[in-house]
Design a protein around this ligand. Structure first.
Ligand code: FAD
Ligand code: SF4
Length: 331
């Protein structure tokens, strides 16, 4: 049996210092991912530091400029239920409500959500199968194994996993910022830079370093925010991770798209922004389905499906189209 100590942090600076100094210490917030990883022997911290009592980290603030500041310890359900979050950025509310279950969302924090690790079955298997993310240098069992749920964009031979967070997809579409405090002070990380592609270091999911504590998530004001939608397709209708999902936000000029923000989940090691499609969608009528499809198609030129997940290419195109149509209808 793996034994560990448990303590509660009361002071931010001390919590950061303790994490920076001890590579065997893990922060715990809701515990809905960390405890699972410990049960599967993927994470074996010797010390678990509960950060739930740290001050001022659960607030949900509607900023005067139209943006949001959401504390890292705010619970997913509380954020989803917040009237201003719903009004300003429906895509955030929907990405939260389509995730996990009501009970899990009551416990799970915003910071923990964007730090959660991949659901690749080989990574989480108790038997410690070849997995470069879990044990660097051991291989990737999914590359030529069961890879129906894996990436079609941006993968490497070292890792073909996807990021499981729904919230992350919405935050990537909105170019949100993650506010992190570490031993050298505070910094802001653009969400599209927060999570990484696997390359030859798949053990690193994101740019967080030892001693870094996520303080909050800031969403800048976006003209596209109110006309936004999160569409998630999964193998069953609830309590399941995305096969493919899309966060879409649009600003319309009459019937035409003035600007669009589109990110996909379930297709890469990080939320995948459809930047080519976003550029091509400018000025296109949402009623001109062929033109919208053509624009979306530009972002799928780089798709590299694996042996079992070719279906994600066509599914991804359709989910992106539908998400844009729903978002556009909300203007
Ligand atoms: C059955 C099940 C189904 C799920 N389905 C979905 C789903 O469909 N979509 C989805 O998006 N998610 C889903 N989840 C994942 C769930 O949303 C996450 O487990 C949860 O958001 C993690 O938050 P937490 O507070 O419990 O994190 P914890 O488990 O406490 O922590 C997770 C990780 O984050 C680190 N951490 C936590 N807070 C901070 C911080 N402030 N700064 C730095 N590091 C921090 C911890 O050290 C740990 O490494 C599911 C989970 C389960 C168990
Ligand atoms: S896809 Fe990544 S997480 Fe899954 S087995 Fe391969 S290396 Fe491990």
């Amino acid at each position: 049996m793996h034994t560990f100590t448990f303590s509660r942090a009361a002071d931010l600076t001390k919590a950061i210092a303790a994490h920076a100094e001890d590579p065997h210490l893990a922060f715990i917030a809701g515990g809905t991912d960390l405890i699972g990883l410990m049960k599967d022997h993927v994470a074996l911290p010797q010390h678990v530091l509960d950060i739930n009592s740290l001050p001022d980290m659960s607030r949900i603030e509607a900023l005067p400029d139209g943006g949001l500041r959401i504390g890292a310890l705010a619970r997913m359900n509380d954020v989803a239920a917040d009237v201003e979050v719903r009004r300003r950025f429906p895509v955030i509310t929907e990405s939260l409500l389509f995730a996990a279950s009501g009970q899990i969302r009551n416990m799970a924090s915003m910071g923990g959500n964007i730090m959660q690790r991949t659901r690749c079955a080989y990574f989480r298997d108790e038997d410690d199968l070849p997995c470069n993310k879990r044990r660097p240098g051991s291989g990737c069992a999914a590359r030529d194994g069961l890879n129906r749920l894996h990436a079609i964009f941006g993968w490497s031979d070292e890792c073909v996993a996807t990021n499981p967070s729904d919230l992350a997809v919405a935050l990537a579409a909105l170019d949100a910022n993650v506010i992190v405090r570490g031993p050298r002070g505070q910094r802001s990380i653009t969400f599209t830079e927060f999570q990484r592609l696997p390359g030859n270091t798949p053990e690193r999911d994101n740019v967080i370093e030892r001693g870094d504590l996520i303080i909050s998530i800031e969403v800048p004001p976006r003209i596209e925010g109110r006309s936004s939608h999160y569409l998630k397709v999964r193998d069953r209708q609830s309590y399941e991770f995305a096969l493919v999902s899309t966060a879409a936000a649009v600003a319309m000029d009459g019937g035409c798209i003035r600007s669009a923000r589109v990110a996909m989940g379930g297709v890469a090691h990080k939320p995948w922004r459809l930047t080519a499609a976003e550029a091509a969608l400018r000025g296109v009528s949402l009623d001109d389905i062929e033109a919208v499809k053509k624009a979306i198609g530009l972002s799928f030129v780089d798709a590299r499906p694996l042996a079992q997940n070719g279906f994600k290419v066509e599914l991804g195109r359709r989910v992106a189209l539908r998400a844009l149509q729903v978002a556009g209808g909300r203007t």
